[in-house]
Ligand binder design. Structure first.
Ligand code: KG4
Length: 337
């Protein structure tokens, strides 16, 4: 048997454990936390408590599904940060205890690098992106363009200066009375709407940085003005609002990725993070291949939102480079890369 890594992800509201051998996924178990639904967003303290309840059964299932013995695990990789501190503490403490009990190595993983590392998961028919490549990392908390030079050598060349793309989806969904998280619902409703029905503001920012707060404000002003004359405006125009909002977010994201790839003469481009589940964004990325002949890498749906397979994938690459941590390691809530 090759190198087997147990990965742990607990940075936000999903408790996940996965087992990878030589970068190939043997199991990937995710327990999502329904407890937050009634609050319209993640409540950090409730997330920590749910992680505590979930972590042992989730790890147990991941090991069982992988068909391995606990003694086959060579190292445990865990998300050290960024994320919610209480949630990260649960995963970090579990990893420390497990490593001590099993006398195995620990590998700490940056959550953002983990999202990119979803592209390093080994599958028979799938080529890996060639270095250097660009990765658009879009989630509820981040919108970044990364220049990936090697497995663990990533430079952020652009990022949002205010809201993240997922945040824009979630906040606009909230004002339309849609449940959290809004991204998947907007994606679904957008399929039935006219994407040219409404025009929302787009940022004019130099370089590769993003901004989504202007779009959010413009969306809110449209609702406010229209609701004054028609109280049923949202209900009657939901699909068109979702389609127009989604198109604007995608246009904003794609413009900078294309600019960066052209400027840096890079032909391998990848997509990562929770928002990469968006069907419109995936289609826009596919078009980069048709239009420019670039090699496009889009993660499987299971590896878009928070999952431990991507953590174990990053952990495997760090293991191969001998990048371990010890029992003094502490989680961090904020950082880029
Ligand atoms: O990476 P992720 O699971 O969590 C972190 O932010 O850490 O991303 C969650 C974000 C949420 O904002 C959610 O609304 C968004 O990903 N999302 C989507 C879709 N699925 C999830 N946004 C647009 N379209 C989707 N299909």
């Amino acid at each position: 048997m090759g190198i087997t890594i147990l990965g742990i992800e607990s940075s936000c509201d999903d408790t996940s454990a996965a087992v990878l051998t030589d970068g190939v996924v043997r199991s990937n178990v995710i327990a999502s936390q329904a407890v937050h639904l009634r609050y319209g967003g993640v409540v950090p303290e409730l997330a920590s408590r749910a992680h505590q309840q979930n972590i042992i059964p989730v790890v147990d299932k991941a090991i069982g599904d992988a068909g391995i013995d606990v003694g086959d695990i060579d190292a445990i990789a865990f998300t050290r940060g960024p994320g919610l501190m209480g949630s990260l503490i649960v995963g970090t403490c579990f990893a420390k205890g497990f490593a001590l009990a099993r006398n195995i190595k620990m590998v700490e993983v940056n959550h953002l690098q983990a999202h990119v590392s979803a592209h390093f998961i080994v599958e028979d028919d799938k080529p890996l992106p060639r270095f250097p490549f660009l990765c658009l990392l879009v989630s509820g908390g981040n919108s970044q363009i990364l220049l990936v030079r090697d497995y663990m050598d990533m430079e952020m060349i652009g990022q949002t200066i205010d809201d993240a793309a997922g945040e824009a989806f979630d906040k606009c969904a909230k004002v339309m009375g849609l449940p959290y998280p809004g991204g998947p619902i907007i994606d679904k409703l957008a399929k039935e709407g006219n994407a040219d029905a409404f025009a929302f503001a787009k940022p004019q920012i130099q370089g590769y940085d993003y901004s989504f707060s202007g779009l959010k404000t413009s969306f809110l002003y449209t609702l406010r003005d229209e609701l004054k004359v028609n109280p049923d405006f949202i209900e009657q125009n939901k699909a068109d609002l979702c389609a127009s909002l989604q198109k604007t977010v995608i246009d904003i994201l794609m413009k900078k990725v294309i600019k960066a790839a052209k400027d840096l003469k890079i032909k391998d481009v990848a997509l990562a993070g929770g928002v990469s589940a968006n069907s419109g964004l995936r289609a826009a990325f596919e078009q980069l291949h048709t239009k420019y002949g670039w090699n496009v890498f889009i993660p499987k749906f299971a590896f878009t939102t928070d999952n431990a397979a991507m953590v174990a994938s990053a952990g495997y690459r760090k293991f191969c480079k001998g990048m371990f941590c010890d029992q003094s390691v502490a989680p961090y809530s904020r950082t880029t890369l």
